[in-house]
Write a protein that binds this ligand. Structure first.
Ligand SMILES: Nc1ncnc2c1ncn2[C@@H]1O[C@H](COP(=O)(O)OP(=O)(O)O)[C@@H](O)[C@H]1O
Ligand SMILES: [Mg+2]
Length: 250
């Protein structure tokens, strides 16, 4: 089943003499449980593509469907639909640094309308999944870069979104932490969330156990390659859908 669909999406910034085309006729489909790497040099349009999925920018033409719904047709009142269905991790984690990890994750759920008790319970489970103690009373500011990144991932996953977007999430991390984050993202997909990871880093591309490899250049999708055979939507119970290492991509 498709979770994320782009059909002939074109996006232009600015107007008149400052017009700049960021994406041109981009089409692709990602299945439920896909782990897609979106590659391309700086300026290729990767962040723009992710912003369109979050409705932070609007396409000039074409359509984008998230979990079966055309997001341009969503009225303002349904934007919470997107916030629930799409989780995101950006390079600057946008965490509340004075709050504890548990507060960071629970608050984000309460903002989506979840009651305090359920938000706390879900936030605890999400933090345990990324191996951050939910009981720590330390301010998030006191955590290491890698730990803060895991809190950001827990926050993005706590609402069990259909799609998880990660924009250069390993930017400033050392190789060991980068591998840890990539392993976490590979696990996330096994629970049925579709992961879209934007990176310009060849090292990250070669380490990610992805099912789909997409390459953007100058706003055009030059390549969409399935990197695992028969990527049927894996189920959480599907033990055999284990990671398969993909070779380095030039
Ligand atoms: N807010 C903006 N206003 C105008 N142009 C932008 C804006 N954001 C990005 N661009 C331009 O759109 C193109 C794609 O940028 P971006 O999506 O950030 O690429 P990437 O994430 O692959 O580095 C670039 O040419 C960039 O300069
Ligand atoms: Mg970018």
């Amino acid at each position: 089943m498709a979770t994320l669909e782009f059909a002939d999406v074109t996006m232009t910034y600015g107007s008149g003499s400052t017009r700049r085309r960021a994406l041109l006729d981009v089409s692709f489909v990602l299945d439920r449980g896909a782990f897609a790497v979106l590659s391309g040099p700086s300026g290729a349009g990767k962040s723009t593509l992710l912003k369109l999925i979050l409705a932070m920018e609007r396409p000039e033409s074409g359509s984008i469907r998230v979990a079966g719904r055309d997001i341009q047709r969503l009225r303002k009142a349904s934007i919470p639909y997107l916030r629930r269905n799409v989780g995101s991790i950006f390079q600057d984690f946008k965490l509340l640094l004075e709050a504890t990890p548990l507060e960071n994750v629970a608050l984000s759920l309460q903002i989506l309308g979840m009651r305090h008790r359920e938000a706390q319970a879900r936030a605890r489970r999400a933090l345990e999944r990324v191996e951050i103690s939910p009981d720590t009373r330390r301010a998030t500011r006191c955590l290491s870069g890698g730990e803060q990144q895991r809190v950001a991932i827990a926050r993005a996953l706590a609402g069990e979104p259909a799609v998880l977007l990660a924009d250069e999430p390993t930017g400033n991390l050392d190789p060991r932490l980068t591998k840890e984050i990539l392993e976490l993202l590979a696990e996330v997909r096994l629970r049925g969330t579709t992961v879209l990871l934007a990176t310009h880093d060849p090292q990250v591309m070669s380490w990610a156990d992805c099912t789909d490899f997409l390459r953007l250049q100058g706003g055009k999708l030059m390549e969409h390659r399935k990197t695992l055979d028969g990527v049927a939507a894996p189920r959480a119970s599907d033990e055999q859908a284990g990671p398969v290492l993909m070779g380095a991509v030039a």
